[in-house]
Design a protein around this ligand. Structure first.
Ligand SMILES: [Zn+2]
Length: 214
């Protein structure tokens, strides 16, 4: 009994330093995950993480089927721990609508970032993706949703391929959001994995950064 209390105490204290039982720069797999977070998020922000810092993200399905929007966003819920409240209209943290896009582009996600926090997202979709893009609306929104939640760049397989030619959320995709949302905004990622060499931490970016991804 006493021992259990002591263990619990160590765990609570540990939570302030590391995610208890999780992070802390453990084995090679953990390093690989942090490197992936670096590649797809932190490298665009002087090495620091940027992410939503709310428990529930309000998503406005503005002229887009809200059931499909909800279904797509919720595919990222278990990995990120984020809740998504989807309504119709134009008021929300992330607004999803149809609009004109450059030739050959099926979707675009813009994230506005201030002090490591995504403060606003705008997703624009090509109409009738089944005809114009060769895959369905839910798949397109799932892909753009990932960008609007902090994923930059693309993968060679799965839902985050440039042409979205798979509907699969890969283990890496899942791990990306699990890791990114396990630490506060403005966590300096190179300090979290062994392979990354770094000297002095740079200052975090100032002002508002706008990230656009397709
Ligand atoms: Zn993309």
């Amino acid at each position: 009994m006493k021992r259990a209390i002591k263990l619990l105490f160590v765990c609570i204290v540990g939570m302030f330093a590391f995610a208890c039982g999780g992070g802390g720069g453990g084995g090679g797999g953990d390093d690989a995950s942090w490197e992936y977070v670096y590649q797809h998020n932190a490298q665009y922000y002087s090495g620091y993480t940027w992410r939503w810092n709310v428990s529930t993200v309000r998503v406005a399905a503005n002229g887009v089927d809200s059931a499909v929007v909800s279904s797509a966003f919720n595919r990222w819920s278990s990995s990120s721990g984020l809740g998504f409240s989807v309504g119709s209209g134009s008021s929300g943290n992330i607004v999803v609508s149809y609009g004109s896009l450059p030739a050959g582009v099926c979707g675009r996600a813009i994230a506005y970032v201030s002090s490591g926090r995504i403060v606003r997202g705008v997703i624009t979709l090509r109409r009738n993706p089944e005809t114009n893009c060769g895959y369905d609306l839910r798949r397109l929104i799932t892909h753009e949703a990932a960008h609007s939640l902090g994923f930059m760049g693309h993968d060679s397989e799965g839902i985050m391929t440039p042409n979205v030619n798979s509907d699969t959320i890969t283990g890496q995709n899942y791990g990306f959001f699990a890791k990114l949302y396990s630490v506060p905004p403005l966590t300096y990622v190179p300090a979290l994995y062994k392979e990354k060499q770094y000297g002095k931490k740079p200052a975090p970016p100032r002002g508002t950064r706008v990230f656009t991804e397709y």
